[in-house]
Write a protein that binds this ligand. Sequence first.
Ligand SMILES: Nc1ncnc2c1ncn2[C@@H]1O[C@H](COP(=O)(O)OP(=O)(O)OP(=O)(O)O)[C@@H](O)[C@H]1O
Length: 407
Amino acid sequence: MIRFDHITKKYPGTNRPALNSIDVEILRGEFVFLVGASGSGKSSCLRLMLKEEKPSSGSIHVLGQDLRSISNRKVPYFRRNLGVVFQDFRLLPNKTVYDNVAFSLQVIGKSRGYIQEAVPDTLHMVGLAEKGQRLPHELSGGEQQRVAIARAIVNKPQIVLADEPTGNLDPTTSAEIMSLLARINAGGTTVIMATHEAGIVDKMKRRVIELSAGQIVRDERQGGYATAAIPMVLAPGERAASRSSRMPTTAATTGPITDQTPAEPFTHPAPEVLPQEVASAEVEAAAVAVSTAPPTVPAETVAETVAPTVPATEPRPAVAETVPAFAPAPPAPSAPSAPRADAPAAVTPRPDAEPPVEPPTSTMSRPVLPVTQHDEPEQLTLAEKLGLRAPGEKPDPTSEQNVGPTR
Ligand SMILES: Nc1ncnc2c1ncn2[C@@H]1O[C@H](COP(=O)(O)OP(=O)(O)OP(=O)(O)O)[C@@H](O)[C@H]1O
């Protein structure tokens, strides 16, 4: 699904490469944490996957496409297969919650009927069914991030890239966001998340790829956060024992994982206190959470869209057969009858049926994110980065502003 072959990324004016000959493959349906110290190259990886940056050498395949073969003009169409979630939410401040999510569909030409079904379904899934008419500043940080996630998934992308999505949230809210991302993943969507949150990584027990100075130093199937390579700062009052308990017990591997274990649910409380039946129920609920059918595209853009050809050109499909199927999710028992022909598959889970989520227990000091200047392919607006508008298209005057704690 995503493959880096000998990827080196050296930004102009720097001596040391941000990424140094990276080889890694991420399979369909995986949930992958990118961890590593500040400056180790996590965000660079995500930006390369999004074709927001170009590698200095090496090749990247995403959804069967060699990114070198995608022209700048076609990048927005490519990005429609990827949902992106940022630390600082990046909502449109003058639009309601509903309109923020609908905007993603409007700019790619979805019909009004489709939007009228897809947006409420998605807001329901993220637990914001009742808050569609609120403005972003009338929401909590966690709710704003839910809107951002709704916006990222409303078009049913095959991949969600999340760069520190819990970085501005408290532990309880972070756990809720992780539960949501786990449900999205359980529906078949590949999730790749860069994070510094040790507690989250340790609880999720998913694949962990650790970067250090631009190189992969660990690739564990069900990893934890900490190794000697990641400096950790204990919070005041945190006992040293809790740190040692986070150290991985399995041997680290330095090569890419080449097969796939079906995703585990994000189960809280920890497995030892959570009855298996409850965990299974959550998996079942999660399995119908998200339809991952490839997005449909307006007729006028079909010729330029990479989506329809992507699955057929997936480079290494054999291993991916062991992960959850990508068939559209079955409609929920309570789903309204007879959806429109072009309506999205039902997005079903009942947020109120979610089991309580235990927040991560550990805390870490969070480094300040570097302000980056992107050299390639060009300076893009937010809508262009999100694949909502082709470069150079006339912007919506009400868009392109951020809200949230880092505004
Ligand atoms: N646009 C840029 N121009 C020059 N150097 C850059 C640029 N973007 C990133 N870098 C450098 O590349 C290296 C990797 O940065 P990157 O943002 O990928 O790290 P990171 O692991 O995501 O860090 P953090 O956890 O702080 O977000 C750092 O040394 C950074 O300074």
